[in-house]
Structure formats: structure tokens, C-alpha cells
Design a protein around this ligand. Structure first.
Ligand code: GTP
Length: 598
């Protein structure tokens, strides 16, 4: 395809502003999809994605469009994930295209994620077309939202396209705007091949599929290619493009085009996103600027409730990791929990998704230990080690100082809830950066320790603002503070899976809250069970679970054997979800619930 007839773009939007609905309309209008297929949203394909209404893996579609000027165009849409945890996937897809549609719900206005994503688009030098969606709603205020886009984002919104993705109104204008206002890609067909590795995933039929954006040269089936960063070479088996419902083989991909290749690559880990693909025999002079790999920022232990499931868990984790290079894992052994895995995630949502998939798709009951951020331990001998697991904390005498990761959070909230938001941030050791207004909404930027955000900050923010606040963050360096390891002892035995690193000033409060929570979460036993929080050898909080007096089967009058058995069976089933610590049974949900503060 001629460069002037190609348009590559992405859609940036806050969750629920209508990105998927618009994408489906664009596919439908260009003839890629029937009414029936429209019913099932095409771009979000994974079950969990659909349930949670979020897009995780970037996907791509190629559309054919005949514009009002009578010319035939090829439009490549790269879908980008909206959630902060996947910011890295957003940035790499943005670099593969020249423009973005900025979709804003005309009844809601600009939200925190809109901002985070549109800044990535601006960073990638995109031409941006603002699209105001949901103008069918009575609450839509397109003029006010246009003004807001100009004030907050600082781009011209006078030419915004007004649409209802739901009814289809105005969607044809979006297609025209893509062709008229977004720039065509640039590239040289005769230069050596230079293609960006945008994404890769495992396909059960095709094996590893690599999504590429061609900058210069031509990629053909049968070519021998080299990945410039890893140095690996491959013979290309297939070259193709992604149509809305299927992959189609093509003879070649030229400059400006987006498509896929397969090359008998064993696993997704062998491909490095951001790598430059070139021909083995005719190397391009300079690789594309590399991307930083995504670093896991939150770690936790995953243990099977039933230790007999360990090998199944290993198989399941290996399978998931095949398709998700940003998920890391290694075997972990815990005195209390036995064998399991220490896993690293891009953020809390990423953690939740993986945990849910393991439980749902692989049917494994899991104990999730306290999520922890990565601490930098600066030792007295001048070395630095990363601490991924509070249980591994070395002797404090050998530590000079502990640094923790901080984030810069952007929160948008209606005026009336601002006080509650400031209070919450303050409680979480936050430091206010800026506070500005856009209409009746406040935009507040806070620096916060990530540690204070990983458990339940988002839930708390939502409930404090009745769901009206939106939140986004980026990592913002490491900073030393008075951090200590807090242990929890159940019946005088430390439970390492409940250990955590806390700020010294917050330790008492956290310790008390944990003990109180655990008191309610751990069932009564035949003996008294003390629950304590300790720093070093010092106990900072204590609760006691009273002993159970009566035999539970007593109320069966001793006579009815079948009822008695039923009750015992029921107890057994209940036990399956518990783990024994010394003589005490701790239910699975205690590990996560205990960490939520209220
Ligand atoms: P994520 O995939 O979660 O990022 O959300 P999204 O931005 O893709 O939003 P989606 O397309 O799933 O739309 C969110 C909700 O808004 C759905 O219930 C849609 O039916 C609804 N919606 C989308 N467009 C319109 C519109 O033009 N008008 C109205 N009234 N509702 C719309």
C-alpha cells in the first residue's frame, strides 16, 4: 500500500468513556463486522477483560475504508489498555502509530486516565483528534468539555467530532477525520528493513505471533531476519495482517504497515518488545530507540491451599508467563505455607487478574500473601540489595538505610469531595505537589509512597468520593524513611506470610488493626489463641481469641449419626480453605483481608 493511503492510529480514553464501542462502530462501518458480530465486543476478548470492562493486551485491526474523496485507505487501529498498571503497553503501542483519537465522555469530562494516556500520545508526537462521545445523553455538555480539554490538556478542541458511539451518530465523521487530519506514515521502501517489535503473544494455533510496524524496507514470507537487541535470527514462516475476526496471510508488509509475523519462535520471552527487526543479510544501520522493559513493582507470594496442588500451580504459572513477559516468578518456600511462588506484577490490578485466572481457569485455590513493593536496602558495607519479600529482611544491624518507591499520583475530583481526598492522601504519608481547578473539578497531584497505595488506596478513594474521583499514577523514584519490619505472631508462632514493612510512625496503628481483623477472621479453637504484632522482639499490639467451650457435635444430641457425619463433613470441607499454623487454622481470606485498613 502507498504511504499516503495509510493511517495508523490509537484511541485514548478513560475507562467507560466508550473506546470499545467506538472501535466496534469503526469496524462495522468499514464492513469488517456484521450486526451479529457487533453484539459481542470484538476488541476485548479475554473473559476477565470483558467482566471488568478493561482492555489488557494491546490488539490491532486493519480496516479498509473508502473515503468521501473516493480514495481507498488502509486504517490500522492499535488498541491500547486504559489502566495505569499497563502504562508501558500504552507507550509502546503509541510509538507504532502517528495519531490518536482522544475519546471523552461528554457527560463526564476529562478524567485522570485520559490525562495520563493523552500525555503519552503527545510524547509520541501524535496528531490528536478530540472525539466527544455520548452526546445522546441529556447530561452531555460538549461545549463545557471542549473548554476543559483546552484548559487541562492544552490542545485545540474547536474541531472536536461530536458522536454517539452507541447509536452510531457522527461515527462516519470520525473516519473522515482520521483520513483528513491524521498524518500518513513515512518510510523508505528501498532502504534496509527496519521494523519495530510492537508486541508478541502466544497463539494456540500459530505459536508465538509477533506484531510489527514496518518503518523502512519490506518484510516477506521466507525472509531471514535478525532481532537487533537479542541477536537471534529466524526464518519468517508467515506474514499477515489482523482483520477484525481473523488473521489473514499477505505476501509482504511495506513501510508504514502494521502486521504480524511468525517464525517458529518458542516462547514470548524470546522476543523483546521494542527490539528492531532487520534482514540478516542486509542490516539496517541504526536500531530504533529501544524501550525500557516493564519492571514488576508489586510482589506477593502465591501458595496452593492444598500443598498437593503445587505442581499444577507450577504448570499454570508457566503457561500464563508464556504470554505475559511482564509477570515474573520464582519458587518460594515458607515455614508456614510450604512451597509456592514469589511473583512480580506491574501493579495491583495485574496481580488480581493473574490470581483470578489461576483460580478460575486452572481451578487452583490460592493463598495470596501481603503484596509488597520493592525496597532498596543500603547495607553498612556500601552494597545495595533489593528486598522483594519482607520475610527475607536481613539483620537490621547490617542495614544502613531502607529506601521505598514513591509515586506521583494525579487525582481528579469534584470540589465537594476534595477535603476527603486530601485527608486520605495525608493519612497515607502523601506530600501535596499541586492543586488546580478545571471548572468545578479539582486536579490534585500528590507524591505518595507506593507502599501506602498498594493495599486499598483505590477502594478508599472510590468510597470517599462516591465513585467520582479518578486516579492515575507514575513511579517517582526512591526515598529513604524510617521503615521497619512488622511480624504477626499467631499462638506465639510468627506467620511469615503476614510480615510487612511499615513506617515506624504507622506501625502501632497497623499492628492494632491487623490483630483486630485477624481476631475476627480466625475461627475459635479448643484453646485460647493470642494474636500479636511485633517489631523485632517488641510486642506492639495484642488480641486474644477465646477458647471454644462446647463440642460442636454436642447439639446433635449424640443420637443421629448421619447428621453428625454431615456436620463433620461440612467442617472438613471448610477446612480445605484453611492452612494450619502450628496448631491454629487460618482461613485463606485472612491473608488479604487482614491488610485492608478501615
Ligand atoms: P474500557 O474497555 O473499560 O476502557 O471501556 P470503554 O472505554 O471501552 O467503554 P465501552 O465502550 O465499554 O463503553 C462503556 C459504557 O458506555 C457501555 O455501557 C456503553 O454501552 C456505553 N456507551 C458507549 N458509547 C455510548 C454513547 O454514545 N452513548 C451512551 N449513552 N452510552 C454509550
Amino acid at each position: 500500500t502507498e504511504l499516503s493511503r495509510i493511517r495508523n492510529f490509537s484511541i485514548v480514553a478513560h475507562i467507560d468513556h466508550g473506546k470499545s464501542t467506538l472501535a466496534d462502530r469503526l469496524i462495522q462501518l468499514t464492513g469488517g463486522l456484521s450486526e451479529r458480530e457487533m453484539k459481542e465486543q470484538v476488541l476485548d476478548s479475554m473473559d476477565i477483560e470483558r467482566e471488568r470492562g478493561i482492555t489488557i493486551k494491546a490488539q490491532t485491526v486493519r480496516l479498509d475504508y473508502t473515503a468521501a474523496d473516493g480514495e481507498a485507505y488502509v486504517l490500522n487501529l492499535i488498541d491500547t489498555p486504559g489502566h495505569v498498571d499497563f502504562g508501558y503497553e500504552v507507550s509502546r503501542s503509541m510509538r507504532a502509530v502517528e495519531g490518536s483519537l482522544l475519546v471523552v465522555d461528554a457527560s463526564q469530562g476529562v478524567e485522570a486516565q485520559t490525562l495520563a494516556n493523552v500525555y503519552q500520545a503527545i510524547d509520541a508526537n501524535h496528531e490528536i483528534v478530540p472525539v466527544l462521545n455520548k452526546i445522546d445523553l441529556p447530561a452531555a455538555e460538549p461545549d463545557r468539555v471542549k473548554e476543559q480539554i483546552e484548559d487541562v490538556i492544552g490542545i485545540d478542541a474547536s474541531q472536536s467530532v461530536l458522536i454517539s458511539a452507541k447509536s452510531g451518530l457522527g461515527v462516519a465523521d470520525v473516519l473522515e477525520a482520521i483520513v483528513k487530519r491524521l498524518p500518513a506514515p513515512k518510510g523508505d521502501r528501498d532502504a534496509p528493513l527496519k521494523a519495530a517489535l510492537v508486541d508478541s503473544w502466544y497463539d494456540p494455533y500459530l505459536g508465538v505471533v509477533v506484531l510489527v510496524r514496518i518503518h523502512d524496507g519490506v518484510l516477506r514470507k521466507g525472509d531471514r531476519v535478525r532481532m537487533m537487541q537479542t541477536g537471534a535470527t529466524y526464518q519468517v514462516d508467515k506474514v499477515g495482517v489482523c482483520r477484525p475476526t481473523r488473521k489473514v496471510d499477505v505476501e509482504e508488509l511495506g513501510p508504514g504497515e502494521i502486521g504480524f509475523l511468525t517464525a517458529s519462535i518458542k516462547q514470548v520471552r524470546d522476543t523483546r518488545v521494542g527490539d528492531t527487526i532487520t534482514h540478516e543479510k542486509r542490516l539496517c544501520a541504526k536500531a530504533l530507540p529501544g524501550y525500557k522493559p516493564a519492571q514488576p513493582v508489586v510482589f506477593c507470594g502465591l501458595f496452593p491451599v492444598d500443598s498437593a496442588d503445587f505442581e499444577d500451580l507450577r504448570t499454570a504459572i508457566e503457561k500464563l508467563a508464556l504470554n505475559d513477559a511482564s509477570f515474573s516468578y520464582e519458587v518460594e518456600t515458607s515455614a508456614a505455607l510450604g512451597f509456592g511462588f514469589r511473583c512480580g506484577f506491574l501493579g495491583l490490578l495485574h496481580l488480581e487478574i493473574i490470581r483470578e485466572r489461576l483460580e478460575r481457569e486452572y481451578d487452583i485455590d490460592l493463598i495470596t500473601t501481603a503484596p509488597s513493593v520493592v525496597y532498596h536496602l543500603h547495607m553498612t558495607d556500601g552494597t545495595m540489595t533489593e528486598l522483594h519479600n519482607p520475610a527475607d529482611m536481613p539483620d537490621v544491624m547490617k542495614i544502613d538505610r531502607i529506601e521505598e518507591p514513591w509515586i506521583k499520583a494525579t487525582i481528579l475530583v469534584p470540589d465537594e469531595f476534595l477535603g476527603d481526598v486530601l485527608k486520605l492522601c495525608q493519612e497515607r504519608r502523601g506530600v501535596q505537589d499541586t492543586l488546580t481547578y478545571a471548572g468545578s473539578r479539582a486536579m490534585v497531584v500528590y507524591r505518595l509512597p507506593l507502599n501506602e497505595v498498594v493495599f486499598d488506596f483505590y477502594d478508599r478513594l472510590k468510597s470517599a468520593t462516591k465513585g467520582y474521583a479518578s486516579f492515575d499514577y507514575q513511579m517517582d523514584g526512591y526515598q529513604a524513611d524510617a521503615l521497619v519490619k512488622m511480624q504477626i505472631l499467631v499462638n506465639a508462632e510468627p506467620v511469615d506470610a503476614l510480615s510487612m514493612i511499615v513506617h515506624r510512625d504507622r506501625a502501632d496503628l497497623r499492628g492494632r488493626a491487623m490483630c483486630e481483623k485477624l481476631k475476627d477472621l480466625i475461627p475459635q479453637h479448643m484453646f485460647q489463641v493470642p494474636i500479636q504484632a511485633a517489631i523485632g522482639g517488641r510486642i506492639i499490639a495484642r488480641e486474644t481469641i477465646r477458647a471454644l467451650r462446647k463440642d460442636v457435635t454436642a447439639k446433635c444430641y449424640g443420637g443421629d449419626v448421619s447428621r453428625k457425619r454431615k456436620l463433620l463433613d461440612k467442617q472438613k470441607a471448610g477446612k480445605k480453605k484453611m492452612r494450619q499454623f502450628g496448631k491454629v487454622d487460618i482461613p485463606q481470606e485472612a491473608f488479604i483481608s487482614a491488610l485492608k485498613m478501615d
